[in-house]
Design a protein around this ligand. Structure first.
Ligand code: DGL
Length: 267
């Protein structure tokens, strides 16, 4: 195991197509409070669900590599399911810094579901990828997995974070397949969705278990920082502040209140 320079603040780069990575950043801040977080939102390329795979891979690698020239990051978290399902091999080939990706939490959902009926709410791109099929086959082969790939929910959440109302009646209609399938467990397979867990819980009161990938990603990141030589105890004892959020395209100021509420400021 390596030994990190004493007293150095660990730096984590969190990447998403939009502000969804902040749901993962929230978990990182809880589990690794000593780390300084830089969140990059590729709002110029948002939403990734509509982009060809090559474009998503190219944008992810380019924007992450640009950041690596700016700061000595210790871990990169691709906090986007849509990008993680295609861009991780290229990113890992481009850098030696450990890369953590996000995949829909099918395995933990299968571990908790009692009636073996699981719902997956994700972007249409994530629902389509063969990667998902493999996950279900490997970890939830005995479950019915009802999949809803919602084309607009990420955009609704981006708008909601800027103070606009969530179209709850339309969202409720989109969630109907989960009621019909009587799922007892719902996987939030897009990092934007945990930002509105309360709304989703209100619309689906019959769902008993809500699963997303945030805590597992934060645990894995903590482990990688320890492997890089940071003291695990200090990582959890000290509090870092000054988390930054960068955007690849123009941003409206109306996002600042939301960023402040989750402990980030725009740079
Ligand atoms: N937060 C991203 C995800 O987890 C949203 C993808 C998109 O921009 O379509 O997939």
């Amino acid at each position: 195991m390596k030994s990190a320079a004493p007293g150095r603040v660990p730096e984590i780069l969190v990447f998403d197509s939009g502000i969804g990575g902040l749901s993962i950043a929230r978990c990182l801040h809880r589990q690794v409070p000593a780390a300084r977080l830089t969140h990059v939102a590729d709002n110029a390329g948002f939403p990734y669900g509509n982009q060809p795979e090559g474009t998503v891979t190219g944008r992810t690698v380019t924007l992450v590599m640009e950041q690596l020239l700016e700061r000595p990051f210790d871990v990169i978290v691709v906090a986007c399911n849509t990008a993680s399902t295609v861009a991780l091999p290229a990113l890992r080939a481009a850098t030696d810094i450990p890369v953590v990706g996000v995949v829909p939490a099918i395995k933990p959902a299968s571990a908790v579901s009692e009636n073996r009926r699981i719902g997956l709410l994700a972007t249409p791109a994530t629902v389509r990828r063969p990667y998902l099929e493999d996950l279900i086959h490997e970890f939830a082969a005995d479950c019915l997995v009802e999949r809803v790939g919602h084309p607009e929910l990420v955009t609704w959440i981006e708008d909601w974070a800027r103070g606009r109302p969530m179209p709850e009646p339309a969202l409720s209609v989109a969630l109907q397949p989960f009621r019909e399938a009587a799922v007892d467990t719902l996987v939030l397979g897009c990092t934007h969705y945990p930002l509105i867990t309360e709304t989703l819980q209100k619309l689906l009161p019959e769902v008993r278990f809500w699963v997303d990938s945030g805590e597992a990603i934060a645990r894995r990141t903590l482990y990688l920082l320890e492997q890089a030589g940071f003291d695990g105890d200090a990582l959890q004892r000290f509090q870092s502040s000054g988390h930054r959020c960068l955007f690849s395209g123009p941003v409206m100021e109306d996002i600042d209140r939301f960023l402040g509420a989750v402990g980030f400021s725009r740079v």
